[in-house]
Design a protein around this ligand. Structure first.
Ligand code: 5AD
Ligand code: SF4
Length: 461
């Protein structure tokens, strides 16, 4: 087993039999460890965040595993307007995301021309645009590419043609492959991937899936375990196996060392530590969902989809020695002309997000937080590290429109002062009041700090 793993690490190539052996051996831990090492060596410790916007849950397909399948009458269908999509994209860009993923069911309402209009507007935000909208013709893909879309996600789901056609009524395996090849031809960074745990899926076919990814030279691979949805024909089947899905992902990393691999939401849904485990077994991408709550609930591909808490994610990432990327995160990240020179407009936001998410709390912030968290102070709900437009404030009581910032006194340079003034202007223009305290006040006069907060709240009532 060690020999095969070493071969994968040095040659990034395995035979189908070797892959099958590693997928079925008793303990996968050495595979996960090797994939983690290769990930570090080729794509480094940066984690790329992609903002996901689910803009329509209307789908003409009838995939047997998916809660959005056309025959599921229990879904309330929605379609975001162009304005809503652009607002969500703006929010994501303001937050500092460098990639926006537009995902939907196969909804023909969104013609290529209409999507092209949306893409062109989003591209003005200096972000990469990824599409995940299903099968289209070469001509349609070309319109989307010409409009500026950078990447496209289309999982093959399984390379077992028979199983594929069983799981996708009225769909055609060859057309799926044609789509992927067209996307590559057109110059999209092309993402594909598979589901692990489809009924009757074999280890052999999973090995074929990995070889297919390699043959296609895919730029991104998303792998997730099947999570059974109660309103689908698979309702009585078991969920996919987490460990097996992780092995498929790790082996993909070993064989395709420089690609982007997300720690998928399905991994986290099956295992409460799934995302971090995946990030330590070969993954280097996370896709937080920025769809507004109302729509998000209705985008139920499978039940109990895991969410992301940013503070928690950034803390967990720093605990495992990982940082949040400031680039658009194209494959390999070195050769992409797009990632070399982020425009000045984008840079500030971008660094801002990365810095903030990475930031560990200072002792004073920790002290303050421990006194206000869980509504302890006058039953006020405080949140920390909260985004307002392009900025992220230390603490906020939204109900009272109050921002609390703690200063260490390091804000002395001219440019920093200018930045602080702009920042304060922006935050107050959005209706917030800012209270600023020195770290020294927190250390030596915390009662005074809380008295000032109380007084401010009394004054504004
Ligand atoms: N469990 C896990 N993943 C699913 N997907 C669809 N339905 C399920 C499910 N029940 C995946 C498919 C699709 C992606 C958007 O979501 O692989 O490509
Ligand atoms: Fe539609 Fe995608 Fe769900 Fe299939 S997996 S039914 S194409 S949303």
């Amino acid at each position: 087993m060690i020999d095969i793993i070493n071969k994968a690490k040095s040659e990034h190539d395995l035979t189908k039999d070797e892959i099958i052996f590693l997928l079925s051996c008793e303990d996968g831990s050495l595979i996960f460890k090797a994939a983690d090492e290769i990930r570090k060596q080729y794509v480094g410790d940066e984690v790329h965040l992609r903002a996901l916007i689910e803009f329509s849950n209307i789908c003409r397909c009838n995939c047997v595993y998916c809660g959005l399948r056309s025959q599921n009458r229990d879904v309330e269908r929605y379609r975001l307007s162009k304005k809503q999509i652009l607002e969500s994209a703006q929010k994501a860009a303001d937050f500092g995301y460098k990639t926006i993923v537009l995902q939907s069911g196969e909804d023909v309402f969104f013609t290529a021309d209409y999507l092209a209009e949306i893409i062109k507007e989003i591209k003005n935000l200096d972000v990469a645009v990824t599409l995940s909208i299903g099968e289209r013709t070469f001509e349609e893909y070309k319109i989307l590419k010409d409009a500026g879309a950078d990447r496209f996600l289309l999982r093959i789901e399984t390379t077992d043609k028979k199983l594929y056609e069983k799981c996708h009524p009225n769909a055609n395996f060859e057309n799926r492959v044609r789509c992927l090849r067209d996307l590559k031809k057109l110059g999209f960074e092309t993402g594909t991937g598979c589901l692990v745990g489809l009924p009757e899926q074999t280890i052999e076919s999973l090995a074929d899936d990995i070889l297919f990814f390699k043959d296609l030279d895919a730029d991104m691979i998303g792998i997730g375990p099947l999570i059974v949805h109660p309103h689908t024909p698979l309702k009585d089947k078991p969920n996919g196996n987490f460990d097996l899905a992780l092995r498929v992902m790790s082996l993909t990393r070993l064989l395709m060392p420089d690609i982007n691999i997300p720690a998928t939401t399905a991994m986290e849904t099956l295992n409460p530590q799934g995302r971090i485990i995946a990030l330590q077994s070969g993954a280097n991408v996370v896709m937080p969902n920025l769809t507004d709550n109302d729509a998000r609930i209705k985008y139920e591909i499978y039940p109990n989809k895991a969410g992301i808490n940013y503070t928690e994610l950034s803390e967990k990432l720093s605990q495992i020695g990982r940082t949040i990327s400031c680039t658009k995160g194209f494959r390999g990240n070195k050769n992409s002309p797009l990632s070399l020179n982020p425009s000045p407009a984008g840079r500030g936001k971008n660094v801002n997000l990365a810095r903030t998410l990475r930031k560990n709390m200072t002792p004073q912030e920790t002290k303050f937080w421990n006194l206000v968290r869980n509504n302890q102070f006058q039953n006020i709900k405080f949140k920390r590290q909260y985004p307002i437009g392009p900025y992220i404030v230390d603490f906020i009581a939204i109900q009272h429109m109050l921002v609390v910032e703690l200063d260490g006194g390091g804000h002395n340079t001219d440019s920093q002062q200018k930045y602080d003034i702009e920042r304060a202007k922006y935050i107050t223009s959005r209706g917030f009041k800012i209270l600023r305290f020195w770290n020294n006040d927190i250390d030596n006069n915390i009662e005074g700090v809380f008295e000032t907060i109380s007084q401010t709240l009394r004054d504004s009532n």
